[in-house]
Ligand binder design. Structure first.
Ligand code: F6R
Length: 368
């Protein structure tokens, strides 16, 4: 049941420290990832991987978009990400050594399964193999993939995906580090990230302390009709995910853009009735992001910025700053997912929608 929580979604948001700890359980050595724990054939499959096609739908697709940044930066493996309903009908060119990596909470999403089958049939000889990252053991996707990494999030009841997403991200970080190890990248960084992964559940627990502050902040969104989300780098897919959560449960129209795209069009939307939610972790793009935020402020946009304590963003007229616990830039996408989930949740509650069962949606999309 929901226990002390009003909705499954809120319960599942608060389960994330435990869910992520479960996704890591047994998979970390003292300073590296235990590749054998992925399965007996994992070392061989990842060893012969030359590039990756990541394929998924919805929230799982956003996890794939984050993973591309990690896999390219940490392992130097070329990576492309695609929505399954597009991949399955495209004349995909898969160079030899392509790993098809499908992501799915349910393992029963029709388009994702079809993409897997299409790839096997069409260019079977060029695929090094198929890996799925999935939350449901014994699902069709797991049965039909060469190798599966289970996310161990536990059952997710709320239609809007939360803990399934952050455990997918955690699992994808393990894959990125495994690829780095196999390709002989500098192991100092690997060791540091392994140590930070161990601490991640605690960090997520600290981040959930923002719940009350975000519940209060959410009240100001209730009467807005639109919201714009901005992020850069690996936070850009988190902005997309924040927008998806908001629209699917609160029915407020939301869009997300890479912050650098603002002046190529969406800036025209900004006025005093357009709230803009920005993600500002401490990374090499922070100064560029700050100048994007100035562009919004100069046009009267109402900014809400989720920021690292070190990003030196100060609250001022038209800009509300919410401090997110400091974290390393690689794990920041996982950490920053939580405040956006909480924001969508509290806006939806304030608008009295059916949070766990949003209109027109199904938990598992088993038809095309
Ligand atoms: C949104 C959401 C959906 C799913 C999508 C894929 O909150 O849950 O976008 O992510 O339908 O589902 P899975 O991951 O089961 O393949």
């Amino acid at each position: 049941g929901k226990g002390e929580f009003d909705h499954y979604m809120l319960k599942e948001i608060h389960e994330q420290p435990v869910a992520v700890a479960n996704a890591l359980e047994g998979r970390l050595g003292s300073d590296q990832v235990l590749i054998e724990a992925f399965g007996p054939q994992a070392r061989q499959l990842l060893g012969k991987t030359r590039q990756i096609h990541l394929v998924a739908c919805g929230t799982s697709y956003h996890a794939g978009m984050v993973a591309r940044y990690w896999i390219e930066a940490l392992a130097g493996v070329p990576c492309q990400v695609e929505i399954a309903s597009e991949y399955r009908y495209r004349d995909v060119v898969a160079p030899p050594g392509t790993l098809l990596l499908t992501l799915s909470q349910s393992g029963e999403t029709a388009d994702t399964l079809a993409a897997l089958r299409h790839a096997r049939k069409r260019q079977g000889e060029n695929y090094a193999g198929t890996l799925s990252i999935c939350n449901v053991p014994g699902s069709s996707l797991v049965r039909e993939s060469d190798l599966s990494l289970m996310t161990h999030a536990g059952p997710e009841i709320g239609v809007a995906s939360t803990k399934a997403f952050t455990t997918q991200l955690t699992s994808l970080m393990l894959v990125a580090l495994a690829l780095r190890q196999l390709r002989g990248g500098d192991q100092g960084l690997t060791a540091r990230l392994v140590h930070r992964l161990r601490y991640l559940p605690t960090l997520l627990g600290d981040t959930l302390q923002l719940d009350a502050e975000i519940a209060e902040l959410a009240q100001r969104f209730v009467d807005y009709r639109h919201t714009l989300f901005l992020g850069r780098g690996a936070q850009m897919p988190i902005a997309l995910e924040g927008a998806l959560k908001l629209k699917e449960i609160s029915y407020i129209h939301a869009e997300a853009y890479p912050a650098g795209e603002l002046k190529h069009g969406p800036l025209a939307l900004i006025d005093g009735n357009m709230p803009v939610v920005a993600l500002a972790p401490m990374d090499e793009l922070i100064d560029k992001l700050k100048s994007n935020l100035q562009e919004v402020r100069a046009r009267g946009g109402q900014l809400v910025v989720f920021a690292d304590p070190e990003s030196r963003l100060e609250q001022e007229e038209g800009m509300r700053v919410v401090r997110v616990p400091g974290c390393c830039r690689f794990l920041a996408p996982i950490v920053y997912s939580l405040p956006l989930q909480l924001l969508a949740y509290h806006v939806a509650v304030a608008r009295e929608t059916d949070v766990d069962q949003p209109r027109n949606l199904a938990k598992s999309v088993t038809v095309e």
